[in-house]
Ligand binder design. Structure first.
Ligand SMILES: Cc1ncc(COP(=O)(O)O)c(C=O)c1O
Length: 372
């Protein structure tokens, strides 16, 4: 038949048939084709190749969630007795995995504040098998100075991993900063429409086989429908992120001058403590920002309840603007002391800027701030 689909189809199949045994044996021995979808699936391979090209990586691997990608990457690279150095400001479940699960396997993680480069360098000097970073951080958008840390860790023959979810592959290229394994929760910017739960690892060839084998064993592979939707997300990623970068800066500047706002956390503002690092490390400052209302918990909750275009929801990175009060959900499990150490107050709001007209979003925020 003449004519081929413009869009790569969804391959909803768990297994693959062969005309003769020799072909099946060849696939098993040489991975020259498809055998079973926990190993590889054409729709998943398609989006993996697209993302690898965008990240400038040799390879990418798709997972059923960001956490499946993170836990597989760590399990694939640890041995009993290993020492991981990590930034303390990590996504909650990542912190729990490092802090509560890996010690059961006799793997220790030392945490240091992500802005304290000197302390991180001292910990790396003391001994490191894996350096685990996440930047920009949640919810205060701190920017880790990646290159010197990665250089020091590589001198010690350590593997460097970085969760680049908040930046997306458009705003940050971690491989160029000396990172070995780049992590994305594709639930966020890559998917971009709040309709998939998915994750990716991107790496160069030396790390690929080990990660692939562990994905096969642990089983957290991406499903073909999510792969299809992630691939669709990639087609508009740059357009979306560029608009989100622009709108977020506009909103951050508006909030910074508003009398009912105490502080705005956005790496694109000169007032942000990591603005200089952000300028050298990021191609765009991102679509995420946080701010403190000049009020208490109830006043902040009231503000949230008055938003109409911006939806009250957790998650981030999609076409619809979402806001949440970190202390009620993403950081609810932290003790009041840990929360205050992390700088997460009862009046803090996190905003994920979508692709709506920025005037609509500013109008919504203005209206909701009126009664604070
Ligand atoms: C920075 C970061 N990493 C990883 C994850 C986990 O991703 P998922 O929910 O897709 O497992 C999240 C989720 O919010 C995140 O924000």
């Amino acid at each position: 038949m003449k004519g081929k689909p413009v869009i790569y189809p969804v391959h909803l199949t768990a297994t693959y048939k062969f005309k003769q045994s020799d072909d099946l044996i060849d696939v098993v021995q040489n991975r020259s084709g498809f055998l079973y979808s926990r190993w590889d699936n054409p729709s998943v391979v398609e989006v993996e190749n697209e993302l690898a090209a965008l990240e400038g990586a040799d390879k990418a691997l798709g997972f059923g969630s960001g956490m499946a990608a993170i836990t597989t990457a760590l399990v694939a690279n640890i041995k009993a007795g290993h020492r991981i150095v990590a930034t303390r400001q990590l996504y909650g479940a990542t912190f729990e995995f490092l802090n509560e699960v890996l010690p059961k396997l006799n793997v220790e993680t030392v945490f240091a504040d992500c802005w304290d480069t000197d302390r991180l360098l001292r910990e790396i000097e003391t001994g490191v098998d894996i350096l685990y970073l996440e930047t920009p951080t949640n919810p205060l958008l701190r920017i880790v100075d990646v290159a010197p840390l990665a250089r020091a860790a590589r001198k010690k023959d350590a593997l460097v991993m970085l969760d680049s979810t908040f930046a997306s592959p458009i705003n940050q290229k971690p491989l160029g900063l000396g990172v070995d394994v780049v992590i994305h929760s594709a639930t966020k910017y890559i998917g971009g429409h709040h309709d998939i739960t998915a994750g990716f690892l991107c790496c160069n060839r030396p790390h690929f086989e080990n990660l692939w084998t562990h994905r096969k064993i642990l089983g957290g592979v991406m499903d073909p429908m999510s792969a299809f939707l992630a691939s669709r997300g990639l087609k508009t990623l740059e357009l979306r992120v560029q608009r989100q970068n622009k709108s977020a800066l506009h909103i951050a500047e508006f909030l910074e001058t508003h009398t009912k706002i105490k502080t705005v956390y956005y790496p694109g503002l000169k007032s942000h403590p990591d603005h200089e690092i952000a300028k050298k490390q990021l191609a765009g400052f991102g679509g995420m920002l946080s701010f403190e209302i000049d009020g208490n918990f109830d006043q902040t909750k009231g503000f949230m309840d008055r938003l109409s275009h911006v939806k009250l929801a957790t998650s981030l990175g999609g076409v619809t603007s979402l806001a949440n009060q970190p202390i009620t959900n993403t950081h609810a499990a932290l003790s009041p002391q840990d929360r205050s150490k992390a700088g997460i107050g009862e009046n803090l709001v996190r905003l994920s800027v979508g692709i709506e007209p920025v005037e609509t979003l500013i109008g919504d925020l203005k209206e909701a701030l009126k009664n604070v």
